[in-house]
Design a protein around this ligand. Structure first.
Ligand SMILES: [Zn+2]
Length: 146
């Protein structure tokens, strides 16, 4: 599955990388709930797609969680996916890796790797969007993993 290509087409079609806006434009509901140690999960029932997000997370973590669950909603529409927890970020499960890859491709733009502005680092950008540092290596630049 070419996750990068799917993300690029999505950004081109809707003109945004904001996962909340994309969910909205795609008719996917976002529900905020108290979920304990779970960051979020995706469900589908009666044709209604829902992204569930823990209401007690920081905005940055909600941003990343929304991107990850949006990945499931688009790539794994019919699957019941596992709860996203901290340890899921390092999961070797195929669906989780694909959802993490989707989130990283969406939230970390290619341009960032080609900027000459030394005052601005990729780590500032990913921090702002809640992307765990450990996942940046899922990013694919010119067909190469970084
Ligand atoms: Zn997941």
């Amino acid at each position: 599955m070419d996750v990068k290509k799917i993300v690029e087409q999505l950004i081109k079609k809707f003109g945004t990388t904001n996962p909340f806006m994309l969910a909205n434009l795609l008719g996917i509901m976002i529900v905020y709930e108290p979920l304990g140690s779970t960051y979020g999960y995706y469900s589908k029932s009666h044709r209604i797609k829902v992204i569930h997000i823990n209401e007690f997370l920081s905005f940055q973590k909600q941003y990343f969680t929304c991107a990850h669950e949006l990945g499931h909603a688009i790539l794994h529409t019919e699957e019941n996916t596992a709860f996203l927890k901290k340890k899921t970020l390092f999961s070797t499960d195929k669906l989780e890796i694909e959802a993490n890859t989707f989130a990283v491709e969406l939230l970390v733009p290619d341009d960032l790797f080609f900027t000459n502005d030394s005052s601005f680092t990729i780590y500032d950008e990913i921090k702002e969007k809640g992307v765990p540092e450990e996942l940046v290596n899922l990013k694919n630049i010119d067909g190469k993993k970084i």
